[in-house]
Design a binder for this molecule. Structure first.
Ligand SMILES: [Zn+2]
Length: 50
Protein backbone atom coordinates (compact mmCIF):
# COMPACT_ATOMS: atom_id res chain seq x y z
CA UNK A 1 0.00 0.00 0.00
CA UNK A 2 1.32 3.42 -0.95
CA UNK A 3 0.36 6.93 0.06
CA UNK A 4 -1.48 8.47 -2.87
CA UNK A 5 -0.11 11.92 -2.06
CA UNK A 6 3.64 11.41 -1.55
CA UNK A 7 4.04 7.87 -2.88
CA UNK A 8 5.68 6.62 0.31
CA UNK A 9 4.98 3.13 1.53
CA UNK A 10 2.19 2.93 4.09
CA UNK A 11 2.53 0.15 6.62
CA UNK A 12 -0.34 -2.06 7.58
CA UNK A 13 -0.98 -3.44 11.04
CA UNK A 14 -1.27 -7.15 11.69
CA UNK A 15 -5.03 -6.69 11.50
CA UNK A 16 -4.67 -5.45 7.95
CA UNK A 17 -5.49 -1.86 8.79
CA UNK A 18 -3.35 0.84 7.26
CA UNK A 19 -1.23 3.22 9.32
CA UNK A 20 -2.81 6.32 7.87
CA UNK A 21 -6.30 6.86 6.61
CA UNK A 22 -8.53 6.57 3.61
CA UNK A 23 -9.95 9.61 1.90
CA UNK A 24 -12.39 9.78 -0.94
CA UNK A 25 -11.45 12.09 -3.77
CA UNK A 26 -13.88 13.99 -5.93
CA UNK A 27 -14.47 10.93 -8.09
CA UNK A 28 -15.42 8.97 -4.94
CA UNK A 29 -12.32 6.83 -5.25
CA UNK A 30 -10.74 5.56 -2.07
CA UNK A 31 -7.26 6.99 -1.63
CA UNK A 32 -4.60 6.25 0.96
CA UNK A 33 -3.06 9.12 2.91
CA UNK A 34 -0.13 8.56 5.27
CA UNK A 35 -0.01 10.28 8.68
CA UNK A 36 2.78 12.61 7.56
CA UNK A 37 0.77 13.99 4.69
CA UNK A 38 -2.21 14.42 6.99
CA UNK A 39 -0.04 16.59 9.22
CA UNK A 40 1.55 18.53 6.39
CA UNK A 41 -1.56 19.35 4.42
CA UNK A 42 -5.09 20.48 5.13
CA UNK A 43 -7.98 18.34 3.99
CA UNK A 44 -8.64 20.73 1.11
CA UNK A 45 -5.02 20.54 -0.05
CA UNK A 46 -5.08 16.76 0.11
CA UNK A 47 -8.25 16.56 -1.94
CA UNK A 48 -6.62 18.66 -4.65
CA UNK A 49 -3.72 16.21 -4.84
CA UNK A 50 -5.77 13.04 -4.89
ZN1 LIG B 1 2.12 10.67 2.23
Amino acid sequence: MKCDVCGKKVETTFLGKIVGSYMKNKNSKKKVVCPECQKKHTKEELLKKL
